[in-house]
Ligand binder design. Sequence first.
Ligand code: KIV
Length: 271
Amino acid sequence: MSAQGEQRPVTVATLKAMKANGERFSSLTAYDASFASVLERAGIDVVLVGDSLGMVVQGVETTIPVTMDEMIYHSQLVGRGMNRPLLMVDMPFMSYATPEACLSNAARLMKEGGAQVVKLEWGELQLDMVRRLSECGIPVCAHLGLTPQAVHKIGGYRVQGRDDETAAKLREDAIALEKAGADILLLECVPMELAKEITAAAEAPVIGIGAGPDTDGQILVLYDILDIAPGKRTRFSRNFMVDNDSIEDAVRDFDRSVKEGSFPTAEYAFK
Ligand code: KIV
């Protein structure tokens, strides 16, 4: 039975069971209690308090200025608005730059913010940190592919893993992270075939954003699907308000489209 049908809180184990049964799951970002309650009513399985709040709530240009205290504050707001969805929270830029900082900040997100999973962006240093968090009983999502906190190093928001060498490295990293204890993998802006291969090879549930139709779950930034984010909408996102009369119907449409496999189509993916 689907996580939605059971109406029991979604856990990491629920997502693993859904993957094993070939069931897709849905995920969106939220930053406050009112939107969190809409997402819950519409059947969304995983709600991410993303550091994208820098751009879509605070109006800054990147995720880099977002602080730990802001992430904790928004997690508390979101947690008050919902019960069933799994609450995943981003560790902001530089909050996991050393093992000590990583552990104490992940603990703050859980103890003060109510996070049920912490998400960090992949870099070579993170393997040990994922292992350590996992040993401490902290569920972790490892974000690979386009990692927005590294935008200035990457040189822009670009698709990752397009050539053989970088694709092989992404495959290797995903499996190494899973072995180190990552409970969930998130792939952003990678070619759809590569995402399909990683999803098939990994036991952990894989969430995609701009990674094609074959990942176990799909996530988008809520304000993108409602077409209220400042600036240009990303190519892999769809405006779900076009065919719907209310925000809740648009979110329900996203949830249904992900679960029945009609979103994303190749039009929203990279080759
Ligand atoms: O911060 C965020 O919203 C994210 C998603 C783009 C996955 O990390």
